[in-house]
Design a protein around this ligand. Structure first.
Ligand code: A2P
Length: 271
């Protein structure tokens, strides 16, 4: 085959990214179950983001489907990590779950999001409530030194259906003490609390139930106090609504990038 023909076929097989997109390379994949996986990819040199923000990612193709994904790695990291659900028949995740190291992923250039420290007023403890893959933005925040500069304690709370769904959070929490940047800072100041709804565990029940009946604060060894504490929530629409109602009922005020306040929310990626 002539060089020109090879070039043409190459161009055909791997179309260039649309305007405003980076083309990055997958470096690592870890499957936790038939429902959950994480992957890493190269980071564009020009990408700047704040820990907790999300980007739109898609796979190369004529009609690429882009979905919002929280960046699960902290803003200082050389590579980008993402944590994803596998939705059977899902327009993106059905294909994304099959990626291998060396594959290309397209990523729109502009990161955004409200689960950022800037959207919260200064406070004492930071509570992060996640269900399912809603833990991804918090995986970034707990690995950012700024979080420990701004807050005395970080409490990461994850609710899932089954214990196996908690593997990602558990391995994150286990790895933090050895993290060269935040390991020392996080010592005795980061707490992971987990709950399951469809399998018995140390804490069984929805996060909303565990907050209401006091088990969550008991497990954390501290009470949530809207006057001094700050919170972030990431999960399904129903979970966001119910958690919001609970926090508002406890005196928390919702904030945004433009108007920092007591808590912020964001819908977790689902499709
Ligand atoms: P449940 O099993 O009772 O529905 P999913 O995997 O569907 O995204 O759910 C993740 C976790 O979020 C599950 O444990 C689920 O509990 C829980 N959940 C679903 N809706 C709510 C809600 N409104 N408030 C709190 N937790 C919720």
């Amino acid at each position: 085959m002539s060089e020109l023909a090879a070039d043409i076929i190459d161009t055909f097989e791997t179309p260039g990214p649309p305007d405003g997109c980076f083309a990055e390379t997958v470096t690592e994949i870890e499957h936790y179950s038939d429902r959950l996986f994480r992957f890493r990819m190269t980071r564009p040199a020009s990408l700047r983001f704040r820990s907790g923000e999300f980007v739109m990612i898609g796979l190369p193709g004529d009609r690429p489907v882009f979905r919002a994904y929280s960046i699960a790695s902290p803003c200082w990291d050389d590579t980008l990590e993402f944590y994803s659900i596998k939705v059977p028949g899902g327009p993106l995740t059905e294909h994304l779950q099959k990626i291998r190291p060396g594959d290309t992923i397209w990523m729109r250039r502009k990161p955004t999001g409200t689960l950022v420290l800037d959207a919260l007023l200064p406070g004492r403890n930071l509570w992060m409530f996640a269900t399912g893959t809603g833990i991804a933005p918090f995986a970034s925040i707990i690995r950012d030194p700024e979080s420990y500069e701004k807050f005395e304690h970080l409490v990461l709370v994850q609710g899932c259906r089954q214990q196996a769904d908690l593997s990602y959070a558990q391995s994150l929490a286990q790895a933090v003490p050895d993290d060269p940047l935040v390991g020392e800072l996080a010592c005795g100041r980061l707490k992971l609390i987990t709950a399951t709804t469809q399998e018995r565990s140390a804490m069984t029940g929805r996060l909303t139930t565990c907050l209401t009946d006091g088990r969550l604060e008991d497990a954390a060894g501290m009470a949530i106090d809207s006057a001094r504490d700050r919170a972030m929530i990431c999960g399904s629409m129903a979970m966001l609504k119910d958690m919001c109602d609970l926090l508002v009922g406890r005196g928390f005020v919702e904030g945004s990038n433009a108007r920092p306040a007591g808590f912020v929310i964001e819908k977790a990626f689902v499709g």
